[in-house]
Design a protein around this ligand. Structure first.
Ligand code: AGP
Length: 605
């Protein structure tokens, strides 16, 4: 969703801000804008609906600036128009950008209008800049204003604001939405996401809830929500500056699909310390667990569903998995010794964070967050954090985040089984299976040309059905989600055993049915489901492991994957479904990296 980048430097910051916005494009947005103080100490503001390039085209490269802020906006209050784009201004001296939502905006707007403010947009953001303007006019310092703003505003927000009358400082404030300070040599930056800053500096200070910051060329001064000076440690970001580059790949989604063998290996390395599995989790905690609640959204929810199969069969602990948007709005019953596991690639998803907030009022044994972004709101809110090492995921459609989540979840299953005194041989089996996943994934990726050829069978369809059984049922759900996100084809994922209970009515010769088949104890049952589809003329595409003895015929295309069945098979089985969705999207000419209407991090309810 929205993105913020701001800079104070001796060099011209305008191209830096535009480059920063480009690195934030992946979050999803519909307009962009920039404000800076030029060399004549004039406040310049340029905004544009549409892409960052449209904004860049309007900027006069002859007019440099040394202090400024910029924004990509994903419309919530008011349409995606130029006049709603950020930065918003007041009294021709303040310019402000904002991520998040102000819940009491109407009341504040009304009061400020009564005091003479003139609003020019439908955004909630404009209320913030007029509120600061109003407080400054009463003689308060900017620091005092930001302390007061926190008391008056309800909702979640990160803001950056500049004052043309103090052209050496940009102020930032974090309350509910992330904000990070980039520390350079004689220059400082602010951003909603470290990815915007990594080419400029790797030294980051992550603001915490209520923190206020003043960045100047030579320093970043931090204050708590009462305005008292505080310190935050500087951490080195391990984000690869090239992770926000596409390299030789046509799309980020394709690049990220191909990165999977490397990031799965990196994730495994990060989670094992000699014989210790997930050393950051205390064994005494895991030994007390009697039930687990998993909360997540979208792809992360599918990872949680897969984990339920693994945890219940290996560790014998009951697991319930629920979408966070439902959980947050009900009163869940929590049995004693229940662990809450929240899964989120970004660590910013509003529904998952709200579920965690609710968890703090309930009787959980502990909360664990599984996340891909260090220092995210999710990792800070949980008692324990488990990290995937997928690196920056730019494509809106999650791919490498999913397979690395599954990798950690299977390790988590092994750690639980170990702590619950389950047979050592089963744990060794899991570790052995995981050790082969990266290579198997590499071999599946080598089949890309054949999968691309299969994509043509789906490209002109309106609907598709994905089927799986056991731990591959969530993989069918994920395959269907990928296809709908990037190709806009309506796709449903079903447990193959449910076919007869409804979806069979959809099957005719126009319906492609995509199936993952593993040589496990459920294969015979799955084969019966395939026959049910064939009997109704459905067009089957089956991705089978090497021991499945199915052959292609007129209405069934079987692609054998270089994969031996193991508990880790679902991690590899999803890869051909990702490639299939990607190539269908490309054939149909969609924007696969930034599908319409979607944002990478869903930071609003
Ligand atoms: C996946 O392809 C999605 N775009 C989406 O479903 C995503 O998984 C969901 O919004 C949750 O995001 P999170 O993992 O960052 O919390």
């Amino acid at each position: 969703m929205c993105g913020i980048v701001a800079a104070v430097a001796e060099r011209n910051i305008v191209p830096l801000l535009i480059d920063g916005l480009r690195r934030l494009e992946y979050r999803g947005y519909d307009s962009a804008g920039i404000a800076f103080i030029d060399e004549a100490n004039q406040l310049q503001r340029i905004r544009s609906a549409g892409k960052v390039q449209a904004l860049a085209d309007r900027i006069d490269s002859e007019r440099p600036g040394h202090l400024g802020l910029a924004h990509t906006r994903w419309a919530t209050h008011g349409g995606p128009t130029e006049h709603n784009a950020h930065p918003h201004t007041a009294s021709e001296r303040l310019a402000l950008v904002h991520n998040g939502i102000i819940e009491n905006e109407q009341a504040i707007r009304k009061q400020l209008i009564e005091h003479g403010a003139t609003f020019t947009s439908e955004t909630d953001t404009e209320a913030i800049v007029h509120l600061i303007d109003h407080l400054l006019a009463q003689g308060q310092s900017m620091l005092d204003c930001l302390v007061e703003v926190q008391q008056q505003l309800q909702g979640s927000y990160a803001i950056a604001v500049l004052d043309q009358q103090h052209p050496d400082t940009i102020w930032g404030l974090r309350k509910g939405s992330p904000l990070v300070v980039g520390v350079g040599v004689g220059e400082h930056f602010l951003a909603s996401d470290a990815a915007a800053l990594v080419p400029l500096t790797q030294q980051m200070m992550y603001l915490q809830e209520g923190d206020i910051v003043a960045i100047r060329r030579d320093q970043a001064a931090l204050y708590d929500q009462q305005g008292k000076p505080i310190e935050r440690t500087i951490q080195r970001s391990n984000l690869d500056p090239e992770s926000s580059e596409r390299g030789h790949y046509r799309h980020f989604m394709l690049k990220e699909i191909h990165e999977q063998p490397a990031v799965i290996s990196a994730t495994l390395d990060g989670c094992l310390n000699g014989t210790r599995i997930l050393p950051s989790l205390p064994a005494e905690l895991l030994s007390q667990v009697r039930a687990i609640h998993i909360l997540a959204c979208g792809t992360s929810y599918h990872a949680g569903l897969t984990a339920k199969y693994w945890i219940e069969s290996l560790a014998g602990i009951p697991v319930s998995v629920e979408v966070a948007s439902e959980f947050r709005n009900r009163r869940p019953a929590v049995p004693e010794h229940t662990l809450m596991l929240a899964i989120s690639q970004s660590g910013e998803t509003a529904d998952t964070l709200a579920a965690l907030e609710l968890a703090s009022e309930l009787n959980y044994l502990a909360t664990i967050g599984l996340c891909n972004v260090p220092e995210s709101a999710l990792t800070r809110a949980c008692d324990h954090a488990l990290m995937t090492r997928a690196g920056l995921e730019v494509g809106v459609a999650s791919t490498k985040a999913f397979t690395t989540q599954l990798t950690v979840l299977l390790l988590f299953t092994a750690a639980l089984a170990q702590a619950q005194d389950k047979p050592k041989s089963r744990i060794a089996e899991v570790l052995d299976a995981l050790g082969q996943v990266a290579q198997q994934t590499r071999e599946v990726l080598a089949l890309e040309d054949q999968i691309e050829a299969l994509a043509y069978r789906l490209a002109d369809k309106q609907h598709a059905l994905f089927l799986g059984r056991g731990a591959e049922y969530p993989i069918a759900l994920e395959g269907a989600l990928k296809l709908k996100e990037v190709s806009y084809i309506h796709a449903e994922g079903y447990a193959a055993g449910e076919l007869k209970h409804g979806p069979l009515a959809l099957v005719d010769e126009s319906l492609p049915v995509v199936v993952t088949a593993s040589s496990n104890e459920l294969l015979k049952k799955l084969e019966s489901n395939l026959r049910e589809v064939q009997a109704r003329g459905g067009q089957l595409i089956v991705f089978a492991d090497r021991a499945v003895t199915l052959d292609s015929n007129d209405d069934m295309h079987v692609m054998h994957l270089p994969l031996n069945h193991s508990i880790a098979s679902p991690i590899v089985q999803v890869v051909p479904l990702q490639l299939l969705a990607y190539h269908v999207g490309v054939i149909r000419g969609t924007d696969v990296d930034q599908p319409r209407n979607l944002a990478k991090s869903v930071t609003v309810e």
